[in-house]
Write a protein that binds this ligand. Sequence first.
Ligand code: NAD
Ligand code: TYD
Length: 341
Amino acid sequence: MKLVVTGGAGFIGSCFVRLALRERWAEQVINLDKLTYAGNLENVTEVSDHPGYSFVQADICDEDAVNRLFATESPDAVIHFAAESHVDRSIHSPDPVIRTNVNGTFTLLEAARRHRVPRFIHVSTDEVYGSVDPPHEADEGYPLHTSSPYSASKAGSDLLALSYHTTYKLNVSVTRASNNYGPFQFPEKLIPLMISNALEDKPLPVYGDGQQVRDWLYVEDHCRAVFAVLEKGALGEIYNIGGNCSLPNIEVVRRILKATGKPESLITRVADRPGHDRRYALTNAKLTRQTGWHPRVNFDTGLMNTIEWYRRNQEWVRRIKTGEYRHFYELNYTNRARELA
Ligand code: NAD
Ligand code: TYD
């Protein structure tokens, strides 16, 4: 099998690329990535010399580049991870989010239709369901209720992808995963930000009361689920992917402090995120029933692996935390801390 993986230099896409070659899910993997601030070729060093691996630097909004690639390579499937993936950035500047997540997905779908790509997996998120009141869990038919430009752009692209199945019979499936964590995650998201700040004895900025609930999914489990959908998922269908691990943010932060041996005095309450969803909760019963997939890594083990990885890879973090990252950190956190003061 020959796969085009978009966003294969990012956190989850790079894990998928490494696993696909290591576990022989595919003979050939073409990584299509623009290398935005979140794209990092260091994430795929493990496979850079693999004979089945190649890298194409291009924007998924670039019609010519995408069509050229699909025409010359005739992939068996497109696994579409590329996105602007951070809610806070989408609040500060929605423009690239809408462009990449909506227009970029549209460009890929059009090219897949034109070049008759046999299979298209559109990777999405449980954030499209919005805040889910307890005790409910969203299944795939749960109403969409988006709060941020990020989640709205993902919901828009999900519907567009599904319309290409209904209208043009493109063999699309959509996956909606919960919050991922694991090695190589850009330190703007909760878990890597808190781990790397804790390791540097810096404040851990908790938004609002810290009682917001997220379901945590280890990144390898997510990638295995996407592969299960590629192999066994039904066409035109949506599959939730959850980690069966719901925790309030403050509990996650406390566990990180305990595991790193740092004091709780590092916790700093900062102003809440605008439009902050209170609780994400989903059921992955459909995926388990239809493919046999279930999450393998429990949260304590996954968190330990992740902390250990960040401990051993502080150079990777240090290189990221220069330049653009510092600018974003200032923009996102200095004002938040001031607002609460
Ligand atoms: P990430 O931000 O770590 O990586 C995104 C990758 O996409 C980067 O390599 C970046 O360079 C690339 N990219 C961005 N814009 C591009 C463009 N216009 N053209 C080509 N490449 C571009 O993201 P991630 O956390 O790995 O998320 C991957 C996918 O999984 C996204 O679609 C996201 O919505 C979805 N998802 C993420 C999570 C999570 O917790 N991180 C949970 C559920 C779903
Ligand atoms: P995040 O990792 O940005 O993922 P998402 O918003 O997509 O769920 O945030 C996870 C949760 O952690 C969310 O409720 C916001 C909260 N959070 C903080 O409290 N402080 C932070 O510095 C960050 C980045 C997130």
